[in-house]
Design a binder for this molecule. Sequence first.
Ligand code: GTP
Length: 255
Amino acid sequence: MINTNIVDLLKQRIQTIPSEDGVNVLVGPIKLPVNLGGETVTFQWYCWLPLKSDAARVCLSNPDTETLIEQLSSYNLAEKQQSSVLVYGDFVYSEEALIRMHSICHTGDIFGSKRCDCGYQLEQSMKMVVAHGSGALFYLANHEGRGIGLFSKAMAYLLQENGLDTVEANLELGFADDARDYSDAIGILRHLRQKPVTLITNNPKKLEALKSSGMNVAGRMPLWGDQSEFNAKYLRTKVERSGHFGEREKRRNLS
Ligand SMILES: Nc1nc2c(ncn2[C@@H]2O[C@H](COP(=O)(O)OP(=O)(O)OP(=O)(O)O)[C@@H](O)[C@H]2O)c(=O)[nH]1
């Protein structure tokens, strides 16, 4: 039996959002002051928990906070990763908002690896959202290595050290070049905002996923930078083999 005060406190910030194959339980907003290039910027942070099949059925038939809290410890969540989103400004009502769907990169985002441009893109896109005045950064935790997972990415790196490019390495290990799915994140985005969004990306697949969901996409903002001898081949492969928009392709206004 959970203390009723605890349940009352949490239930105001917990929502259940139907997804393609279950539900996403969204918790937030939570005030999050962030050090962004030496300045403290306050975001509103939300985290979501995808529940599929049985767990989703239980949650849908009995969507109360007490049941959720009781079941939490059985989900073994520290062994899995949950995605989250940092929201900035008047996200519901602002006429324009910048969105970044950032795929987790343990090596680039946490260690600052220069083999890719992920760490740079993460910090830069947060700065862009803040400078714009309204937007959101989705941090997608089930996207590591374009969906192959961290351990497999480590194996892919070894293959790349022996001459394979990013696409070839993924394929040789039996994966698709890009196995990422955006549907849960898009469901959360649509829950948080209906007005148009501009997506920060060089990846046409992200843009297409958002547009085909019915989301109102006003345009695209490119994000290139932090190029070095260490990531030159990686960046070239993105454009030449994965179909990313090149650096010289102008930002697109889709409206
Ligand atoms: N398999 C694999 N994944 C990588 C490698 N380097 C970075 N990644 C992953 O690639 C993902 C980022 O994808 P990118 O193709 O760099 O960029 P994108 O997200 O498709 O496009 P942008 O929105 O323009 O950044 C992250 O999940 C990284 O972990 C690599 O060498 N091999």
